[in-house]
Structure formats: structure tokens, C-alpha cells
Design a protein around this ligand. Structure first.
Ligand SMILES: Cc1cc2nc3c(=O)[nH]c(=O)nc-3n(C[C@H](O)[C@H](O)[C@H](O)COP(=O)(O)O)c2cc1C
Length: 326
């Protein structure tokens, strides 16, 4: 059974990528994930805010006689954060054979561009850009919000030669049009659909805002499954499906919908690194039963264009299905 796939021109021995998180923040963890069959890893993100924050915090720690000293300390802290990240890339490249995807979490456009170049020089096989878009600014139109995707992807593609993936939010009133238009720019080599945000909750006893669960659940798969199925025949750019993948069955569903790869995080936090192998074993067993010899034998078979009742992917009203439930 051949589980290998191509993703952004990279050769992966399996379609399961371990997504950006604390699971991929050390070379030891990456080696373990490789040993259980991960096709690639996305390293934990280097956060634009983290770099600024650490530099600012270092500058505030002491009173210095000379303003130059503060600048020096700030740039030292910044370089330290970046250097630790670059070393992680270098070590992973030295000690593993799987593609290493560096991750950059950018809020604004600009200064962090130099990091993208440094990541490439450190040996990263690709860069995943996590662009956190929350359309909560009442002064901004949809087009203004979404422009950030275009600008960031264009800027990064100008400075690096390695493939660039864009991890996006599902917030958009014209998601299909947005992703199609982005794919035409050729500045995005893969779409990672979708990012999972930190979500707020309210504690009714303290009446304070808290954080809701960090980890996804099985039920979270549906949102990305719908869009992967709708998009996969409409764009040539590969798709990596993420959020809510909790079993081998979920991996198969996303591949049937047309994803090239699938990213998993919460399920591995829950079950440990060996769960990559468990999921791959389940995929293989299913392939055997279905007489599928490779991933390409079944990828996209249940995408929007390939099924008769494709309209089910677009259904948003419950009336027909749940009308009888009292
Ligand atoms: C503890 C934790 C840390 C994460 N850190 C990052 C990160 O640094 N960068 C990033 O792009 N996504 C990060 N994510 C999001 C995951 O990469 C992933 O998109 C999300 O968890 C949805 O996938 P899942 O349903 O398999 O968990 C993190 C998720 C978790 C649970």
C-alpha cells in the first residue's frame, strides 16, 4: 500500500502532517513523530508578537545608564528568540529525513520578512504562514481585512524560493472567491484550511471571560470537510485539511474530499505520538478493503464535482434533515 503524497512539490511518505504546536517544538519530539510515520511536521510558530514582546520585556528589566544599552539588550533578546528557532530547524534537518515546515505567525506586514529568509537559509523545506484574521474592526471592510492575505503572501514569495503555505481563517463572506483569487496570484503554494483560534468563554460564577477548550473535538471536522470538498476541484493549489481530525477515518474523509494532506494536533496531544501510526494503520486497512493501492486512487472521489448529491456540501439549513425531531 503506497501512502506517499506530493504536497507543494515536497515528497511525503504519508499524508499525515503533525501541525504547528508544542508537539513540534523540539528535535526529539519531531524524531519520534517521524518514527511513527508522520509525513512532515510544521514546527511550532515563531510569533511576530513573541519576538517584539521578548525584546520589549528584556529592555524593561533593568534601568540602563545609556539608551544604547536598551537597544542592545532588545536586539539581543530578539536575536536569541530567532536563533533558537533557526537552530530547531537546523537540528531537525540534520536528524530527520521528513520535510520540515517552518511556521511564521504574522499579524502585520513588514519586519518579520527577514525571518522568512532566515528560515529558508536554516534549511526549512517550506514555510507555513499563519495569518490570524478576525474581522472585528468595525472600520474595516471585508476587502480591507482580506487584503492582508494577499500582501503577506506576495511579500514572502518575493524573499524566499521555498514553497509557502497559507493557514487561513474561515472568516469570509466570500470564502470561495477569496481562495480562488489568492490561488491565481501564484503566491500561495498550499492552503491550510482552517486555523483554529483561541476561543473565549464566560465563567458564570466569577462573571469573567475565560478561555474555552484549547483542543478541538471530533465535531469540529465538519467545517473544514465542507470547504475542502467544495474547493478541491476548483483550485490547482494543494489543500492541507486541519481542525477536528481525530481518527484514521477522519483522515480518509478529508482525502476523499480532495485534500492532499491532513494536519493533526489535538488527537496527538490526547493519545500520544504513536497515534500517527494508529491512524495510518487504519487508513491502510480501509485502502485494503476498498482495493485502493495509493492515495491518488481515492483522493477527491467525494469532492463537490465528483458526487451526484454535491448540494449536501452547501446545505446550511437543518429543516429537511431534522424537521421531524421534536
Ligand atoms: C497547544 C496548541 C498549540 C498550538 N500552537 C500553534 C502555533 O504555534 N501555530 C499555529 O499555527 N497553530 C498552532 N496551533 C493550532 C494547530 O496547529 C491546529 O491548527 C489546531 O489545533 C487545529 O487542529 P486539531 O483539530 O488537530 O487540533 C496550536 C494548537 C494547540 C492545541
Amino acid at each position: 500500500m503506497d501512502l506517499s503524497v506530493k504536497y507543494m512539490g515536497l515528497d511525503l511518505k504519508s499524508p499525515i502532517i503533525v501541525g504547528s504546536s508544542g508537539l513540534t517544538n523540539s528535535v526529539e519530539k519531531v524524531k519520534e513523530l517521524e518514527s511513527f510515520g508522520a509525513g512532515a511536521v510544521v514546527l511550532k510558530s515563531l510569533f511576530e508578537e513573541q519576538i517584539h514582546f521578548e525584546a520589549d520585556a528584556a529592555g524593561k528589566q533593568n534601568d540602563y545608564d545609556y539608551p544604547e544599552a536598551i537597544d542592545y539588550i532588545k536586539s539581543y533578546a530578539k536575536d536569541n528568540t530567532i536563533n533558537a528557532y533557526l537552530k530547531l530547524i537546523e537540528d531537525c534537518k540534520k536528524e530527520t529525513k521528513i520535510p520540515i515546515i517552518a511556521s511564521l505567525n504574522c499579524v502585520t506586514t513588514g519586519q518579520w520578512l527577514e525571518f522568512a529568509k532566515k528560515m529558508e537559509n536554516a534549511g526549512a523545506d517550506a514555510i507555513e504562514l499563519n495569518v490570524s484574521l478576525l474581522p472585528s474592526d468595525s472600520e474595516k471592510t471585508s476587502a480591507e481585512n482580506e487584503k492582508v492575505y494577499f500582501t503577506i503572501a506576495e511579500q514572502v514569495k518575493k524573499v524566499v524560493k521555498i514553497p509557502v503555505a497559507l493557514k487561513m481563517s474561515h472568516y469570509s463572506a466570500g470564502l470561495l472567491n477569496l481562495i480562488k483569487t489568492l490561488s491565481w496570484t501564484k503566491n500561495v503554494d498550499a492552503f491550510v484550511l482552517f486555523n483554529r483560534y483561541y476561543n473565549p468563554d464566560i465563567d458564570i460564577n466569577t462573571m469573567k471571560i475565560t478561555s474555552s477548550g484549547v483542543f478541538s473535538t471530533e465535531g469540529d471536522l465538519a467545517a473544514s470537510l465542507r470547504w475542502v470538498a467544495i474547493l478541491s476541484n476548483q483550485i490547482e493549489t494543494p489543500i492541507s485539511a486541519t481542525t477536528g481530525v481525530h481518527s484514521g477515518e477522519d483522515v480518509i474523509k478529508q482525502l476523499l474530499a480532495g485534500a492532499q494532506t491532513v494536519q493533526v494536533v489535538s488527537a496527538i496531544y490526547k493519545h500520544g505520538s504513536s497515534f500517527v501510526k494508529t491512524m495510518l494503520d487504519d487508513v491502510q486497512e480501509w485502502m485494503k478493503k476498498q482495493n485502493k493501492k495509493s492515495i491518488e486512487d481515492f483522493r477527491g472521489l467525494v469532492s463537490y464535482k465528483n458526487v451526484h448529491n454535491a448540494v449536501a456540501f452547501e446545505r446550511v439549513q437543518f429543516m429537511k434533515y431534522f424537521g421531524g425531531i421534536e
